[in-house]
Design a protein around this ligand. Sequence first.
Ligand code: FEO
Length: 395
Amino acid sequence: MKKQVKNNVSWVGKVDWELRSFHGDELSTHNGSTYNSYLIEEEKTVLIDTVWLPFAEEFVENLAQEIELSKIDYIIINHGEVDHSGALPALMKHIPDTPIYCSANAVKSLKGQYHKDWNFNIVKTGDTLDIGNGKSLVFVEMRMLHWPDSMATYLTEDNILFSNDAFGQHFATEELYNDLVDQCDLYNESIKYYANILTPFSAVLRKKLNEIIALNLPIDIIATSHGVIWRDNPMQIVENYSKWADDYQENQITIVYDTMWKGTKRLAEKIAEGISLEDSDVVVKLYNIAKSDGNDVITEIFKSKTVIMGSPTVGNDIIHTMKGFIHYVKSMKFKNKNAAAFGCYGWSGEGVKVLNGLMKDAGFEVVSEGFENLWNPDLDAENKAIEYGRKLAAL
Ligand code: FEO
């Protein structure tokens, strides 16, 4: 059902309460998501983005109840990924000649996905589209935020920035606005979204934020494509993005490990004990990666100044869960984080050396040779692990 956002702008999207993973199973979405589509009814009628493919028919049926589809003058596709463009094929069956405004790269992605030669109109940063009643749309390319085709659209007079993925959250809510939801949930989903989706593009984002600020556009509302619409102090999420894009860290140390016979787990706990003894202010968190949600752990690493990774030696190597996880961590391109390794071994003992190499390769500053222990830790080894934790906390 259509929900008014401001004046003649309405939300016509889909709330997906059931969603528990996104991008296939790459990203956990404990709180579901929304696919936000917007309808602008001025002299010209404009649809901004659609919804994910499984909801295409439902979307078109709902839209047809709100407006005669043939009255849509323009469709804006800010980003070609299927969670926003997925209802286009169903919609375009009804209005095949309606012009679609998007970036040059979006034409490539839409043609590549749907194999249709729709009426594409390529726009670039600064281009405008008059929609009547003294209002126009201004386009801003958002290349690599997070796809090469991404862009944002700004509605003058109403001062709404339709930012697409940027500033979003995977957060299902029937309330439309940021001030109507639980603020902790909103913050946690916003930072998880940034950490897991946007961290690799932080350098691009820093430039783009400056560019948007330099445009000097008054922004009353940021209407994202996932989660809430920012209407109460909308610049709060822009300010958070500025912080997060600047090699963000808090006073937190995160320990990530896996264990076979609980020896490496014991070391993890003792290292955490040492950190807390040395510095009672630092937040210490431990995650057994085999039992934890990898995306939630990525968020904790994002917040950390130091990451300590542990694995037993297994077959002259490390345990596969840690290897897979570090591979994922590397793709985040974290900057400005210290790292250290630990682990138990029974025979050859390559685990810590392998961890050091992988963490260095993933862009971490490895600050110690690492802590390794032959067989299960005894009291002496536990005390040494506590000392190791103290040492790392003091760096
Ligand atoms: Fe929400 Fe990049 O799609």
